[in-house]
Design a protein around this ligand. Sequence first.
Ligand SMILES: Cc1cc2nc3c(=O)[nH]c(=O)nc-3n(C[C@H](O)[C@H](O)[C@H](O)COP(=O)(O)OP(=O)(O)OC[C@H]3O[C@@H](n4cnc5c(N)ncnc54)[C@H](O)[C@@H]3O)c2cc1C
Length: 375
Amino acid sequence: MGAIASVLVAGGGIAGLVSARALALAGFHVTVMERRHEITDEGGIGIGIQSNAMHALGGIGLADRCVENGVVVGKVSIHAPDGRTVSEQPTSRQYGGRWPGFTGIRRSALHAVLVAGAREAGVTLLTDAQLVSMEQGPAGVRVELADGRNLAADLLVGADGINSTLRAQLFPTHAAPQPIAEGVWRAFIPGVHREDVRIMYGGGGGTIGYPPMHDGIYIYVVDTNDRAPDHGDPHLADRLVALIGGIPGFPGELMRHFSPDAAEVNYRRLQAVALPDPWYVGRTILIGDAAHAGPPTLAQGAAMGIEDGIVLAECLSANNDVEAALCLFMQRRYTRVRTIMDASMTISEAQMSEGGRPRMIEAQRAAAAALALPY
Ligand SMILES: Cc1cc2nc3c(=O)[nH]c(=O)nc-3n(C[C@H](O)[C@H](O)[C@H](O)COP(=O)(O)OP(=O)(O)OC[C@H]3O[C@@H](n4cnc5c(N)ncnc54)[C@H](O)[C@@H]3O)c2cc1C
């Protein structure tokens, strides 16, 4: 297969937008197709960007903008449900310490940085552009959108998330993500400022984390019990307050600021997908959650998608041959992503089992060792 000049990216999420900017900066003609009417986050409230992802974003000139729009956090403290401090450690600055170990940022702010970054690099951003199918041959790829439009390019990047249409078409045995026996509550508590990321293991049925954002605290509660609310439940905030309000070690000042009426609260059942090597067929490659998604126990899901986007652009720039470029991409990505995925799953299972703490610590060590290596 010959060289490529044009790339279609399905999905305007974090992985899609990062890959689009990286590819455009490398000289490719890039179009992003996003099914929704606007390219925004999907309401996940906040996110932590660790130094590996920040380093990758720095390579395409977006890290400083993320830091400006977020909060740099220097310390992680682990607490027991009774409030006792179990450990305190600095957030880990990898890759020579140039980038902060942990930056808390609102998802809407991160998306705004990524959309602007793609536009500035010359990426064409199409909204209301839902990919429904694709065909490919030796000369290129053609996609069909839900409204009947057809688009063609030399390469197709599937960054269409955990329920990927492209994964279902190309890898039917991995079409559906697997459910994990956990759900996660997420909420925003405005007007509170903290210096550290606090994590409480064993609270609320699983783990509670509350990293700071620039304008308040993002709180997530991993719930190992089946407390899934109905879709559109108007009492979501009350249910979350009931879940965490009685935990003795949960800081009372946070509860005082938590306004069940005003808070942004959501609940999501967790799912996982781990596509085996390779993640490509012909001229179509999957990246981000479309290829690999696990429980958010290491806060590395988006980071892996960000790294995917940067590495893909590097591999395509360095190789005129598509097959050679995608093969090199898999050599650089598969083992690293799989190690992080496996560690995330182990931590998720360990936090649901009695006496799982040693396994959890072992998995955290394995992930830290993998992340210390270059991507
Ligand atoms: C509770 C929770 C907390 C998390 N915390 C962190 C964290 O702190 N740090 C971290 O690094 N990661 C975190 N993650 C993981 C992170 O959120 C995901 O890995 C990341 O958002 C996935 O990005 P993506 O671009 O691959 O997919 P998505 O965000 O799912 O984006 C896919 C995009 O494709 C679009 N799309 C879908 N189908 C089509 C189609 N057919 N045609 C066109 N467009 C389509 C969608 O509308 C969407 O915009 C967390 C995840 C959860 C659930």
